[in-house]
Design a protein around this ligand. Structure first.
Ligand code: FAD
Length: 471
């Protein structure tokens, strides 16, 4: 493989702690700038490992993530290995399926394989001669003043390493962040939501996808929901999100079946009765945490990115996308301050914190929208109105989902704009509604109707309703 282009020769050592999605991509960004990049990952190399443990099997990649991949020349390759999802497909209890498009025609999000994406990013990072990947290196401790880090290997041996800049990409339970917590004026909050998640596989049917593949399938059931994303091997990964107490109430295979018969009957033949009864107990439900903190840096020595800085609940499909965007934002600020880390790190905190906090809040909001609001007629009507107004005035009214998923509008600005749009649209609908009522009343007053006729019509209508059994 051809080594990727290097911008300039610099000697500063950047230690990227964590070789997950964001760490591996970040290594490419720093290598491109000419730093001496060392990646330290606690796991063994997933490209050669027999078993890859981790979180969700697949995830939704959208514009922000794609922009970052483009920066390191990987966009086309990753996109070609993903499955476009143009709309949500809502599964009602009675088995009816109704699509709700994500955006305009031609706009889609992509279902990508997490492990494959991570492998490709690691391989890309290795194409830079100034990057070294160190697996089986678990960060145990580090010193913010000196930049000295202590890593433990699987055999128990320890290794001391020095770096000019430490980039903490070690995920939601970051060891790097622990040092931040010991310092004054570091704000930190973490929230576990009451729901857990469990993954189930829907196998192919007669060699093809068991459901329409170009959709993100959703079974919204108010207090819980199931979603399914397609995989290249024609399976679907179904994820059941439910309060832990509900997971724990189900203790036998028959109870699993009973639960699915009640809430997801159309999914039973597609997953398979025996698989369902067995897979439910394969792994316990996993917890989901939302982490907010600030600042993201210590002096010119250390910076947090990805889930280490902002773990978000997965309901906006933005955790990885936001983490990938962190890499671009940091890179843009490096350009702005000519790689001067003492200026870059505080500026990165200043710019990025409000955006990451905004997407953390939005993801929490979507946690309710996905499982409950999509069942509401008002919600569907408002989605329709928003899309229609966006069609008429594409620059003035942009649906929130579009801003978050298909643009790089700063997250906090997207929220502000959404709040403004909501005010304007709701007022408009109120005035239209009031106008229609007043106008109708005026017309009725001016031209009083023939009451006998109305009586007959109402009677007719009532009879028709009774005969069809509708109420
Ligand atoms: P991680 O992926 O957690 O990687 C951290 C790495 O650091 C790991 O490799 C770990 O082994 C390593 N590490 C940890 N501790 C140490 C240590 N002490 N020393 C050395 N290495 C260490 N996001 C989306 O954009 N779209 C989605 O559709 C989506 N779906 C999701 C579904 C679920 C169920 C979940 C849970 C998350 C989802 N996400 C999604 C979020 C996404 O998974 C995360 O935002 C993303 O993985 C963050 O990447 P990261 O590299 O920051 O952290």
């Amino acid at each position: 493989m051809e080594p990727a282009e290097i911008k300039s020769e610099k000697k500063k050592v950047v230690a990227v702690v964590g070789g997950g999605l964001v760490g591996a991509l970040n290594a490419c960004f720093f290598a491109k700038r000419g730093f001496d990049v060392q990646v330290y990952e606690s796991r063994e190399d997933i490209r050669t490992a027999k078993v890859v443990k981790g979180r969700s099997i697949n995830l939704a990649l959208s514009h922000r993530g794609r922009s970052a991949l483009k920066h390191v020349g990987l966009e086309e390759k990753i996109v070609s290995q993903g499955i476009p999802m143009h709309a949500r497909m809502i599964h009602s209890l009675n088995g009816k399926q109704s699509p709700i498009p994500y955006g305009k025609k031609g706009q889609f999000i992509l279902s990508v394989d997490r492990a494959n994406l991570n492998k490709q990013l690691l391989t890309e990072a290795e194409t830079y001669p100034n990057t070294k990947l160190n697996f089986d290196h678990k960060l145990q401790d580090w010193n913010a003043e000196t930049g000295a880090m202590t890593f433990v290997r699987a055999d128990g041996t320890k290794q001391q390493i020095l770096a000019d800049l430490i980039v903490g990409c070690d995920g939601a339970f970051s060891s790097i962040r622990k040092q931040f917590l010991r310092r004054s004026r570091f704000n930190y909050s973490q929230t576990y939501i009451p729901h857990g998640y469990m993954e189930l596989t829907m196998p192919p049917r007669d060699g093809d996808f068991a459901m329409k593949p170009n959709y993100l399938h959703i079974w919204p059931r108010n207090t819980f929901m199931m979603i399914a994303l397609p995989n290249l091997d024609k399976t679907f990964t179904c994820t059941l999100f439910m309060p832990f107490e509900n997971f724990e109430e189900i203790t036998t295979g028959d109870e699993v079946l009973e639960f699915f018969q009640k809430y997801f009957p159309d999914a039973i033949p597609l997953i398979g009765v025996e698989a369902l009864k067995c897979d439910y107990f394969r792994l316990p439900a996993q917890a989901m945490v939302s982490v907010k903190c600030s600042p993201y840096h210590i002096a010119d020595k250390c910076v947090l990115m990805g889930d280490a800085a902002h773990a978000v609940v997965p309901f906006y499909g933005q955790g990885m996308n936001a983490g990938f965007e962190d890499c671009i934002v940091f890179d843009e600020i490096m350009d702005q301050f000519n790689d001067d880390l003492s200026e870059v790190l505080p500026e990165y905190t200043r710019v990025r914190v409000p955006d990451d906090h905004a997407i953390a809040d939005l993801a929490m909001y979507n946690y309710i929208e996905m499982r409950a609001h999509v069942n509401s007629k008002w919600f569907l009507f408002r989605k329709y109105v928003d899309n229609f107004l966006h069609f008429l005035m594409p620059r003035t009214i942009v649906p929130l989902y579009t801003m978050v998923t298909f643009t790089r509008t700063r997250y906090h600005q997207a929220v502000e704009r959404w709040q403004w749009q909501n005010k304007v649209i709701n007022r408009g609908l109120f005035f239209c509604g009031t106008g229609a009522v007043l106008g109708g009343s005026y017309l009725l007053f001016k031209n009083p109707p023939n009451v006998d006729k109305i009586h007959i019509d109402v009677e007719k209508m009532w009879n028709r309703l009774l005969s069809t059994g509708t109420s």
